[in-house]
Design a protein. Structure first.
Length: 154
């Protein structure tokens, strides 16, 4: 696990570990339907980021990668099937990251924030390939921006 994250309280560590999965579910369900391909893309993306992420955040993805499918399945089963209710719960949980990121080194927090934003875009593109972003409705385009997260200053 990334050293900066390992110094946090275990509930903060858990939230950081869950964040890419929550972003996956949030973005995949923004149109009201979570497609199997979107979940597969999220799992694949976490694996890819575990070795390709340019910053030290790759260690976080490596930590998540070993049981990503099981954890994602457990999260999905614990959330409401109603899209609006699910989005409300995930948004509230992701908003808590703003406080947690203030406890991290500024550059680590910024790298994590940028990684989550990038992650959201990749999941959103799943439905329509490279040009998938053009097929998103207004709400989906707003969700992909992860407006509940404040950009950390470093």
């Amino acid at each position: 696990m990334l050293y900066h994250i390992s110094k946090l309280h275990h509930t903060d560590q858990e939230l950081i570990r869950k964040a890419p999965l929550l972003v996956s579910i949030l973005v995949a369900g923004a149109d009201g339907v979570i497609e199997h391909e979107e979940i597969e893309k999220a799992v694949s993306l976490i694996h890819t980021k575990s070795f390709s992420e340019a910053s030290d955040i790759r260690h976080l993805y490596k930590d998540i990668d070993h049981d990503v499918e099981e954890t994602l399945d457990k999260l999905l089963k614990g959330l409401p099937s109603d899209a609006k209710e699910r989005e409300k719960i995930i948004t509230a949980e992701l908003e808590q990251l703003n406080h947690v990121m203030t406890k991290l080194d500024g550059q680590v927090a910024l790298d994590f924030y940028n990684s989550l934003r990038n992650f959201a875009v990749h999941v959103a593109q799943t439905s329509g390939g490279v040009f998938g972003m053009l097929k998103l409705n207004f709400h989906e385009k707003e969700v992909v921006k992860l407006p509940m997260l404040a950009k950390p200053s470093h």
